[in-house]
Design a protein around this ligand. Structure first.
Ligand code: URA
Length: 209
Protein backbone atom coordinates (compact mmCIF):
# COMPACT_ATOMS: atom_id res chain seq x y z
CA UNK A 1 0.00 0.00 0.00
CA UNK A 2 1.44 3.34 -1.05
CA UNK A 3 2.21 5.71 1.76
CA UNK A 4 1.63 3.10 4.45
CA UNK A 5 4.91 2.34 6.18
CA UNK A 6 4.83 -0.95 8.03
CA UNK A 7 7.40 -0.90 10.82
CA UNK A 8 8.23 -4.59 10.90
CA UNK A 9 11.43 -4.50 12.95
CA UNK A 10 11.59 -7.68 15.10
CA UNK A 11 11.74 -5.68 18.34
CA UNK A 12 8.58 -3.79 17.40
CA UNK A 13 6.77 -6.97 16.34
CA UNK A 14 7.83 -8.81 19.51
CA UNK A 15 6.56 -6.05 21.77
CA UNK A 16 3.33 -5.77 19.79
CA UNK A 17 2.69 -9.49 20.27
CA UNK A 18 3.10 -9.06 24.04
CA UNK A 19 0.67 -6.14 23.96
CA UNK A 20 -1.93 -8.16 22.06
CA UNK A 21 -2.10 -10.82 24.79
CA UNK A 22 -5.18 -10.33 26.92
CA UNK A 23 -3.33 -11.31 30.11
CA UNK A 24 -0.70 -8.56 29.72
CA UNK A 25 -1.05 -6.28 32.76
CA UNK A 26 -1.80 -2.55 32.56
CA UNK A 27 1.67 -1.81 33.85
CA UNK A 28 3.37 -3.98 31.21
CA UNK A 29 1.05 -2.73 28.45
CA UNK A 30 1.93 0.90 29.22
CA UNK A 31 5.67 0.16 29.39
CA UNK A 32 5.55 -1.79 26.11
CA UNK A 33 3.68 1.05 24.38
CA UNK A 34 6.33 3.53 25.50
CA UNK A 35 9.13 1.22 24.31
CA UNK A 36 7.49 0.44 20.96
CA UNK A 37 6.80 4.14 20.32
CA UNK A 38 10.43 4.98 21.01
CA UNK A 39 11.48 2.37 18.45
CA UNK A 40 8.90 3.54 15.91
CA UNK A 41 10.15 7.13 16.26
CA UNK A 42 13.36 6.01 14.57
CA UNK A 43 11.50 5.27 11.30
CA UNK A 44 8.88 8.00 11.61
CA UNK A 45 11.49 10.74 12.04
CA UNK A 46 13.97 9.46 9.46
CA UNK A 47 13.60 12.58 7.28
CA UNK A 48 13.25 15.45 9.77
CA UNK A 49 15.37 18.47 8.90
CA UNK A 50 18.87 18.85 10.33
CA UNK A 51 21.16 21.85 10.37
CA UNK A 52 24.90 22.15 11.02
CA UNK A 53 26.30 23.61 14.24
CA UNK A 54 29.87 24.34 15.23
CA UNK A 55 31.08 22.31 18.22
CA UNK A 56 34.28 21.54 20.11
CA UNK A 57 35.25 17.89 20.36
CA UNK A 58 38.02 17.00 22.86
CA UNK A 59 40.44 17.42 19.90
CA UNK A 60 39.23 20.22 17.63
CA UNK A 61 36.49 22.49 16.36
CA UNK A 62 34.18 20.89 13.83
CA UNK A 63 30.69 21.15 12.39
CA UNK A 64 28.05 18.49 12.96
CA UNK A 65 24.31 18.16 12.36
CA UNK A 66 21.52 18.53 14.88
CA UNK A 67 17.75 18.46 14.61
CA UNK A 68 15.54 21.28 15.82
CA UNK A 69 13.33 19.30 18.20
CA UNK A 70 11.22 22.36 18.97
CA UNK A 71 10.00 22.42 15.35
CA UNK A 72 8.43 19.02 15.89
CA UNK A 73 4.94 18.61 17.31
CA UNK A 74 3.53 15.35 18.61
CA UNK A 75 -0.23 15.82 18.32
CA UNK A 76 -1.95 13.32 20.56
CA UNK A 77 -5.50 12.21 19.89
CA UNK A 78 -6.91 11.86 23.42
CA UNK A 79 -6.84 9.83 25.33
CA UNK A 80 -4.86 6.87 24.01
CA UNK A 81 -2.40 8.95 21.97
CA UNK A 82 -0.70 9.95 25.21
CA UNK A 83 1.01 6.57 25.42
CA UNK A 84 2.74 7.07 22.08
CA UNK A 85 3.76 10.66 22.90
CA UNK A 86 5.50 9.48 26.08
CA UNK A 87 7.69 7.11 24.06
CA UNK A 88 8.49 9.61 21.32
CA UNK A 89 9.42 12.29 23.86
CA UNK A 90 12.12 10.03 25.29
CA UNK A 91 14.08 10.48 22.03
CA UNK A 92 12.97 14.04 21.16
CA UNK A 93 12.51 15.67 24.58
CA UNK A 94 12.39 19.16 23.09
CA UNK A 95 9.36 18.45 20.89
CA UNK A 96 6.16 20.36 21.47
CA UNK A 97 2.97 18.48 22.29
CA UNK A 98 -0.53 19.23 21.05
CA UNK A 99 -3.78 17.60 22.13
CA UNK A 100 -6.98 16.96 20.29
CA UNK A 101 -9.93 15.52 22.17
CA UNK A 102 -12.38 13.52 20.09
CA UNK A 103 -15.04 11.09 21.17
CA UNK A 104 -16.83 8.66 18.98
CA UNK A 105 -20.58 9.17 18.81
CA UNK A 106 -21.84 5.69 19.74
CA UNK A 107 -24.62 5.76 17.13
CA UNK A 108 -22.94 7.34 14.13
CA UNK A 109 -19.32 6.50 15.06
CA UNK A 110 -18.49 10.02 13.83
CA UNK A 111 -15.71 11.86 15.71
CA UNK A 112 -16.93 14.83 17.77
CA UNK A 113 -14.30 17.37 18.95
CA UNK A 114 -14.33 18.50 22.60
CA UNK A 115 -10.78 19.87 22.97
CA UNK A 116 -8.11 21.33 20.68
CA UNK A 117 -4.81 22.86 21.79
CA UNK A 118 -1.73 23.06 19.56
CA UNK A 119 1.53 24.99 19.86
CA UNK A 120 1.60 28.35 18.03
CA UNK A 121 3.20 28.86 14.62
CA UNK A 122 2.19 25.46 13.27
CA UNK A 123 3.09 26.77 9.81
CA UNK A 124 6.77 26.44 10.81
CA UNK A 125 6.45 23.00 12.36
CA UNK A 126 6.29 19.33 11.37
CA UNK A 127 3.35 17.57 13.01
CA UNK A 128 3.19 13.89 13.90
CA UNK A 129 -0.39 12.93 14.76
CA UNK A 130 -0.49 9.92 17.06
CA UNK A 131 -3.25 7.49 18.03
CA UNK A 132 -2.59 3.81 18.79
CA UNK A 133 -5.55 2.62 16.69
CA UNK A 134 -6.50 3.53 13.11
CA UNK A 135 -9.92 1.87 13.25
CA UNK A 136 -12.81 3.53 11.35
CA UNK A 137 -10.50 6.42 10.45
CA UNK A 138 -13.04 9.06 11.57
CA UNK A 139 -10.86 10.42 14.40
CA UNK A 140 -7.71 10.45 12.29
CA UNK A 141 -9.44 12.33 9.47
CA UNK A 142 -11.05 14.81 11.89
CA UNK A 143 -7.70 15.44 13.63
CA UNK A 144 -5.83 15.98 10.36
CA UNK A 145 -8.66 18.21 9.03
CA UNK A 146 -8.32 20.49 12.07
CA UNK A 147 -4.52 20.57 12.07
CA UNK A 148 -4.44 21.41 8.36
CA UNK A 149 -6.38 24.60 9.14
CA UNK A 150 -3.04 25.88 10.53
CA UNK A 151 -1.00 24.82 7.44
CA UNK A 152 1.86 22.96 9.15
CA UNK A 153 5.05 22.30 7.18
CA UNK A 154 4.26 18.57 7.13
CA UNK A 155 1.91 16.04 8.73
CA UNK A 156 2.43 12.33 9.41
CA UNK A 157 0.10 9.87 11.12
CA UNK A 158 1.43 7.21 13.49
CA UNK A 159 -0.51 4.32 14.99
CA UNK A 160 0.28 0.96 16.47
CA UNK A 161 -2.46 -0.97 14.69
CA UNK A 162 -4.40 -0.14 11.54
CA UNK A 163 -7.07 -1.97 9.55
CA UNK A 164 -7.90 -1.69 5.83
CA UNK A 165 -11.03 0.41 6.42
CA UNK A 166 -9.20 3.04 8.50
CA UNK A 167 -6.32 3.19 6.04
CA UNK A 168 -8.70 3.67 3.09
CA UNK A 169 -10.60 6.40 4.91
CA UNK A 170 -7.49 8.38 5.91
CA UNK A 171 -5.81 7.93 2.54
CA UNK A 172 -8.83 9.06 0.57
CA UNK A 173 -9.34 12.15 2.76
CA UNK A 174 -5.62 12.99 3.10
CA UNK A 175 -3.52 11.26 0.44
CA UNK A 176 -0.59 13.54 1.31
CA UNK A 177 -0.32 12.21 4.90
CA UNK A 178 1.91 9.14 5.24
CA UNK A 179 0.72 6.47 7.68
CA UNK A 180 3.18 4.61 9.91
CA UNK A 181 1.95 1.47 11.68
CA UNK A 182 3.37 -1.64 13.32
CA UNK A 183 0.63 -3.88 11.84
CA UNK A 184 -2.40 -3.91 9.58
CA UNK A 185 -5.00 -6.22 11.13
CA UNK A 186 -7.79 -8.09 9.37
CA UNK A 187 -10.90 -5.96 9.93
CA UNK A 188 -13.22 -4.00 12.19
CA UNK A 189 -15.79 -5.92 14.19
CA UNK A 190 -19.44 -4.83 14.53
CA UNK A 191 -18.51 -2.55 17.46
CA UNK A 192 -15.78 -0.75 15.56
CA UNK A 193 -12.89 -2.61 17.22
CA UNK A 194 -9.91 -3.83 15.23
CA UNK A 195 -9.57 -7.63 15.20
CA UNK A 196 -7.57 -9.58 16.15
CA UNK A 197 -6.38 -6.29 17.68
CA UNK A 198 -5.28 -5.32 21.16
CA UNK A 199 -8.68 -4.39 22.61
CA UNK A 200 -9.57 -0.88 23.75
CA UNK A 201 -6.22 0.89 23.78
CA UNK A 202 -7.29 3.61 26.23
CA UNK A 203 -8.70 1.09 28.69
CA UNK A 204 -5.59 -1.04 28.47
CA UNK A 205 -3.21 1.92 28.95
CA UNK A 206 -5.10 3.46 31.84
CA UNK A 207 -6.52 0.30 33.45
CA UNK A 208 -10.11 1.41 33.06
CA UNK A 209 -11.64 -1.90 31.99
N1 URA B 1 -10.08 1.95 19.48
C1 URA B 1 -9.49 1.05 20.30
O1 URA B 1 -9.05 1.38 21.38
N2 URA B 1 -9.41 -0.24 19.89
C2 URA B 1 -9.89 -0.65 18.71
O2 URA B 1 -9.76 -1.82 18.40
C3 URA B 1 -10.49 0.31 17.88
C4 URA B 1 -10.59 1.61 18.29
Amino acid sequence: MDDVVLIDHPLVQHKLTLMRRKDTSTNDFRRLLTEISTLMAYDVLHDIPMHPVTIETPFETTTANVIDGKKLVFASILRAGTGIVDGMLTVVPGARVGHIGLYRDPKTRIAVEYYFKMPGDLAERDVVVVDPMLATGHSAVAAVDRIKEYSPRSIKFVCLLACPQGIDMLRSAHPDVPIFTAAVDRELDENGYIVPGIGDAGDRIFGTT
